[in-house]
Design a protein around this ligand. Structure first.
Ligand code: BGC
Length: 686
């Protein structure tokens, strides 16, 4: 710092233009062609920062003839409830970023699902702050374990894409701290990421990137965040206000943190100490993550290792939602014919769009002739569920039909033993889905297939929850999210029981839009059509108060006495589990119970612990307070012990600006899901 000139100090606090992201803009000579670039200081041996979007895999690899593994959605990762899977997920990202020459990841989305139709939910970890914070914290640790700087985004309360640059979220402090900000707090304290990206939206009247409460007071002081705050792309709106509220780096260019910051320093509106604090945060994070001492060395990414890791995570992430009369797993020996319908299941699996889009090897599997990725166009990856099923059931006749003609699909389905419909919902940054319904005619297609064959199974490849008006007519449903480069194999493994499903929903599936806290998304146009890039219309700011407040996700359904279609935490297995012997130790704040695999095959149960605070807390709903993923052989049982972490179940007291664990009696529920407890107890906190 002592040796840096003023211009050098300024050089680190902004990026260099839109680079490869925007056609026609200047690409810095040393850019590695990622989403962002910060020019280092050669004279002092300070390397450049090359940043790549990497929510579910490294973005924009193909134009440079590089390969990147597509992982399952982050939402799918959250469905594993498995910290080691999250760490592995981050390791894959970090390893491939490094091999491609990047020293910083942009990813780690942990915005809470208040809006289940949000176009980016697949990049996030669901609706519970404790689950989401843990999953994304472990993911960021995994990235940084590869000596690549990690990032957590979009800070904060960027919970819908509709009007994302103009929506002014109104939320009281207690609600923020106990829900959306708690997810960030857990992840950030756990991983100490190099970067936190502030978001496009406003919070209580101030843009997130110039919001003193969010940046200075909460993130830096309360969370003790030691890295730097970088703005989302063009989410910086001022020089003096942003700098003095805690923004440390403008991305991607220098509209505010270049010449105008220099002037503000000259005039004393921003102090030199503040500029040095920005630089210090950037430099210490570079050293802390090893990118100075051990810079990335380019290598060829190993696609096979990536695929194996992706498959392992996918197999833990696919949720068996419904399984009537043990329809699944399918037994090839007792079947003659299966019809596969729709979702391009003959060639591949769907991926999510926007800045999380990864390039598919060989181009889009449904349109290889047109090669590369285009913004807003669904990309399928070459992992064919049909081929994977053929491999597992070589004696069975497997046919595929697109489903464009529902009558033809129903006829073919009616003539086979089993029908499997692959239903898809493409989601992407900047657009929300106006409804929970599956797009196009897919609901009608499923209805007609189910009418023709009583053994109809639906495999969903969706960004988030969807409604299922046909649920009563099908015998099985799998939620595969966007399952990644080994998705086809993972789906087939679950369908045929090569893998016993163990995932549980990290998000509530409502029966219909009418049951959601906001039946209609605020800011949607009158016709209920997503106004694409409404965020670019900077003159139509509107306020959004999420009506559920503290009662986000499953808590809303509890306080409203509404039955969801599938509850938070729900997920079936091919074996059965039994819970018994609950013992609650109020002094040690530990909950112990016995879990047994009482069924025929090995399996894993995600045992969940919920608590309801004493009534004086004013929170008449249960909160997830812990869980454990337990693998058990048939007949095996084990004692599970979960220690309550007070940070996960406290309330935020606004007047003292402090967390409190309210004294009194806590109701404890342990079991299969948020709506199916097996054991009940009480915990006394004095
Ligand atoms: C997205 C960020 C992304 C950035 C750079 C923005 O539009 O909101 O998540 O990292 O672009 O691509």
């Amino acid at each position: 710092m002592q040796q840096m000139t003023l211009d050098e100090k300024l050089q680190l606090v902004h990026g260099t233009g839109w680079g490869v992201l925007r056609e026609g803009s200047q690409v810095p000579a040393r850019s590695n062609h990622g989403a962002g670039f910060m020019l280092g200081i050669d004279r002092l041996g300070i390397p450049d920062i090359n940043l790549a979007d990497s929510a579910v895999g490294v973005r924009m690899a193909a134009p440079d003839s590089r390969y990147a593994t597509l992982l399952p959605s982050v939402l799918g990762l959250a469905a594993t409830w498995d910290n080691s899977a999250a760490h592995l997920y981050g390791e894959v990202l970090g390893r491939e970023l490094r091999a491609q020459g990047f020293n910083m990841s942009i990813g780690g989305g942990v915005d809470l699902t208040r809006e289940p139709r949000n176009g980016r939910n697949f990049e996030y970890a669901g609706e519970d702050p404790v689950l989401a914070g843990n999953i994304v914290g472990h993911l960021a640790l995994g990235v940084q374990s590869q000596r690549v700087m990690g990032d957590i985004k979009h800070y904060a309360i960027n919970d819908q894409e509709t009007g994302r640059s103009v929506v002014d979220v109104q939320m009281d402090e207690r609600t923020m701290r106990e829900t959306d900000l708690l997810a960030f707090e857990i992840a950030i304290k756990m991983a100490q990421p190099a970067g936190v990206m502030c978001s496009y939206n406003l919070v209580n009247g101030e843009h997130a990137c110039e919001n003193d409460y969010l940046l200075d007071r909460v993130l830096k002081k309360d969370f003790g965040f030691r890295g730097w705050v970088l703005s989302d792309w063009e989410a910086t709106h001022s020089t003096v206000k942003s700098a003095n509220s805690g923004l440390d780096q403008e991305m991607p260019g220098e509209d505010f943190f270049g010449g105008s910051l220099k002037q503000a320093i000259a005039s004393g509106q921003v102090s030199m100490a503040r500029l040095e604090d920005m630089d210090h945060r950037i430099l210490r994070s570079m050293f802390a993550n090893g990118v100075v001492d051990d810079p990335p060395v380019r290598r060829v990414v190993d696609p096979f290792r990536g695929k194996d890791d992706s498959r392992r995570i996918a197999e833990e992430s696919i949720v068996l939602l419904k399984n009537n009369s043990a329809q699944l797993p399918l037994r090839a020996a007792s079947l003659h014919s299966i019809t596969l319908i729709g979702g391009h299941a003959d060639v591949g699996v769907l991926s999510g769009g926007g800045s999380a889009q990864v390039d598919a090897p060989g181009g889009n599997a449904i349109d290889p002739a047109h090669g590369g990725t285009q913004w807003g166009k669904p990309v399928y990856f070459p992992s064919s569920p049909m081929k994977a099923i053929q491999r597992l059931a070589s004696s069975v006749s497997i046919r595929y039909i697109s489903g464009d003609d529902p009558a033809a699909a129903a006829r073919m389905a009616g003539a086979s033993d089993i029908a499997i419909v692959f239903a898809t919902q493409y989601m992407t940054e900047s657009v929300d889905s106006p409804t929970l319904s599956l797009p196009g005619q897919q609901d009608a297609l499923i209805q007609s297939v189910a009418a023709a064959n009583s053994h109809t199974i639906v495999v969903l490849e969706t960004g988030g929850p969807v409604s299922m008006p046909w649920i009563g007519s099908v015998s099985g449903v799998l939620e595969a999210w966007y399952p990644g480069i080994a998705g086809g194999e993972a789906i087939a493994d679950i369908l045929f029981g090569a893998v016993n499903p163990s995932a549980k929903l990290p998000i509530t599936f409502a029966k219909s839009d009418a049951d959601l806290p906001s039946p209609r998304i605020a800011g949607m146009t009158a016709e209920n059509k997503p106004r694409r890039e409404l965020n670019e219309d900077r003159h139509t700011s509107f306020k959004m108060s999420y009506p559920e407040g503290l009662a986000v996700g499953y808590r809303w359904f509890e306080v409203q006495h509404r039955q969801p279609l599938f509850a938070f935490g729900h997920g079936l297995s091919y074996t059965t589990f039994k819970y018994s012997d609950l013992a609650v130790d109020s002094v040690a704040r530990t909950v112990r119970f016995r879990l047994a695999n009482t069924g025929p095959v090995a399996g894993a149960e995600v045992a969940q612990l919920y608590v309801t605070l004493p009534s004086a807390a004013g929170e008449p709903f249960q909160r997830l307070a812990g869980w454990q993923r337990v693998e058990l052989e048939p007949g095996e049982s084990r004692t599970v012990s979960i220690k309550l972490d007070p940070a996960w179940i406290s309330t935020f007291d606004v007047s003292s600006h402090a967390w409190k664990l309210p004294p009194g009696e806590y109701r404890v529920a342990v079991g299969y899901s948020s709506d199916e407890a097996a054991l009940h107890g009480k915990l006394l906190i004095r």
